[in-house]
Design a protein around this ligand. Structure first.
Ligand code: SF4
Ligand code: SF4
Length: 287
């Protein structure tokens, strides 16, 4: 196959990927964790959808922020065979000599456009995709494997991210599937969604695990890249609808942990109904 054919195939695949994400027939999942005890009631299967509208300074999962698939490089699996170097159309890969004399690939992320060609020649799995596409049925089949644990523990599925409402159509289809199977479905959300469909997804979940970081809009902007007006509007709207919520306040030194901020957040929460619980999360437990 020549370069032009490769490029045409790559472009077609990218268009197809983008179309399926927009129409919600497929979702981009960065990780699935089975048997979690920390993402809601009982035993949970936690699905992480890729992409987040916030850029929190303390984010523990920065590789989940981008909406698209990305190249994942695991240096421990790299033998320095150099097969990936000549196939990269953007000359983003070089080989570097380690202090022990071994060679390893190095990717210049500023040049890489995530075309994926290097993955095809890396037989040792040092290069792979971060983010995998699932149809609703495929994802549902994966979480259904744990169904007996849900019924025994009062658990279910938790969809987080990133921010799950960034893939609202796929998310709503998945929630519907869970609802039809009587599987409890929670969302782990920052509540930052500006689309009607994103808000509908929040309304349709059985439980929301939501972060409230700071009530100061300027501080929120500095710490996350967004003001908090959308988040607070959604919080009040969902509370007015009686949506069960567990609110988490991350205690980030210098950003969210001042007594004034904590008092203001608690005072706000006291005016709302449907808040089941408030958790204070020390920074080492956050993420
Ligand atoms: S092809 Fe894979 S194993 Fe070989 S140098 Fe590239 S990343 Fe390393
Ligand atoms: S994904 Fe494409 S551009 Fe990025 S390093 Fe691999 S071959 Fe190069």
């Amino acid at each position: 196959m020549n370069d032009a054919t490769d490029t045409a195939d790559g472009t077609r695949a990218l268009v197809e990927d983008t179309r399926s994400l927009v129409d919600g027939t497929r979702g981009l999942v960065s990780q699935i964790i089975h048997g979690s005890f920390v993402d809601g009631h009982g035993v949970r299967t936690t699905v992480f959808l890729k992409g987040c509208p916030l850029r929190c300074l303390w984010c523990c999962n920065p590789e989940g922020q981008d909406r698209g698939r990305e190249i994942k490089y695991t240096s421990a699996h790299c033998t320095g065979c150099a097969k990936c170097v000549p196939v990269c159309p953007r000359a983003a890969i070089s080989l570097e000599t380690e202090p022990d004399g071994s060679t390893r690939a190095r990717i210049d992320r500023r040049l890489c456009d995530d075309c994926g060609r290097c993955i095809e020649v890396c037989y040792l799995g040092a290069l792979d995709w971060f983010g995998k596409y699932y149809t609703v049925d495929e994802l549902f089949a994966e979480v259904k494997k744990d169904e007996k644990f849900y019924s025994a523990s009062g658990g279910g599925v938790t969809v987080g991210g990133g921010e799950p409402t960034l893939q609202p159509s796929f998310l709503r289809r998945f929630l519907k599937k869970c609802r039809e199977a009587y599987i409890h479905a929670a969302l782990d959300t920052c509540l930052y969604t500006t689309t009607d469909e994103g808000v509908r997804a929040l309304e349709e979940a059985d439980l929301l695990l939501c972060d409230i970081k700071t009530l100061d809009p300027e501080q929120h902007l500095r710490a996350t890249g967004k003001r908090n007006d959308v988040i607070l509007r959604n919080l009040r709207h969902l509370s007015a609808r009686g949506k069960p919520m567990i609110v988490r306040i991350p205690l980030i030194p210098g950003h969210t942990d001042s007594p004034e901020n904590l008092r203001a957040v608690i005072e706000l929460l006291c005016t709302l109904r449907s808040i089941e619980r408030v958790d204070l999360l020390p920074v080492h437990e956050y993420g």
